[in-house]
Write a protein that binds this ligand. Sequence first.
Ligand code: FAD
Length: 390
Amino acid sequence: MSPDSSVDFLIVGAGFSGLVAAERLSNAGFRCVVVDQREHLGGNAHDRIDAAGVRVHDYGPHYFRTNSPRIVEYLSKFTGWLDADYKIKSFTDDRYWSFPVNLNTFEELVGHPATTADFETWLSAHRIPAEHPRNSEELMLSIVGPELYRKFYEGYTLKQWRRHPRELDPSVCGRVPVRTNRDDRYLAEEFQALPKEGFTAMFQRMLDASPGVELHLGVDFEEARRRWHHRHLIFTGPVDQYFGRRFGALPYRSLRFEHESFTREQLAARAAVSGKPGFWQPAVQVNYPAADVPHTRILEFKHITGPLPEGSTIIREFPKDWTPDDEPFYPVPAADAKAAYRRYAELAAAEENTSFIGRLATYRYYNMDQVTGMALAEAERLISRYSTHA
Ligand SMILES: Cc1cc2nc3c(=O)[nH]c(=O)nc-3n(C[C@H](O)[C@H](O)[C@H](O)COP(=O)(O)OP(=O)(O)OC[C@H]3O[C@@H](n4cnc5c(N)ncnc54)[C@H](O)[C@@H]3O)c2cc1C
């Protein structure tokens, strides 16, 4: 096949990394082609309004949050924001618990009112100190002690990763805050909000503001590299796939989602359970740590995404072993997986005129604000490189 045309940048992946890089580069005067093998924009952050009128995230809940005013300022060029109150619960021992662990959780545990001082005294008596926790189990035992660790973390983590917390980085369980006051927000970052009309609309505006960008959906990398000659490639797909898995596939975890929608009448019958008329469950996310429940969490996006239709949709999320036919949702945060990645990272560093950015290409659990920052930095570097070598 002869190439369709010649461009400055071929960008593989229309998620945060690829689209932010494309926007910056095109506004610096470069011609970019962005391709994605999926039929939609936004990568894993893609969202849409479903038949019940609920804005749902198709690839798991995406809670935007950041401590970086620079990232908020950049994305605000393409979206307004909806204040998001990310409150979640854990369904454990047949009841809903306040989660992440906070003073309310402690009161639920002891069954009477308590103070921060009471909770701190209890924690001091139960913690198993570890000066340098080597894994998620040591970390959580050193923060909350065995009882809360077993109730909320051990089973959930084992189910999610099919690896015991003692085989996983401290960062896996350490991502979730533990507080001794009544702050029960799921996340700790200062800015917590969602794009007002959703992520997909934000990405569409980003493209509308990028005059030199051509988007081709439903096109994979192999086809794209034949169709477009390019001076530089930006690859945001899985790094092992790029190199033909020559050292074997890197380990990933995958997920399966089941959607179920409810009418207003069905929700009315659940009001006693959800505690909130018009909703199926009490919070946007309920965790299910028990081993005999196959899903890890149930999401009800109506709590946070707006609009507020009469019905609602829930999505059950099931962890899944990854095979090459599945979406590689999570790089595995464990020592053996990192060692396997290092061999690909060496190949990537030696690849000429090619940038590997984003979560899959760098095999690291980055949040959306972090990959935005990475794409901005890489675009700046490339603008300066190719502007001086025109
Ligand atoms: C279940 C889940 C929940 C998450 N929750 C949060 C959250 O709450 N908050 C947060 O900040 N972050 C969250 N994240 C992380 C967030 O999804 C990422 O930070 C972000 O989407 C990474 O963007 P990206 O562009 O690097 O990758 P992606 O969004 O994965 O985009 C890569 C794109 O490349 C395409 N692609 C790959 N290979 C090829 C190929 N060979 N040819 C063509 N196209 C290809 C893919 O189809 C995909 O669209 C979550 C991730 C998951 C999986």
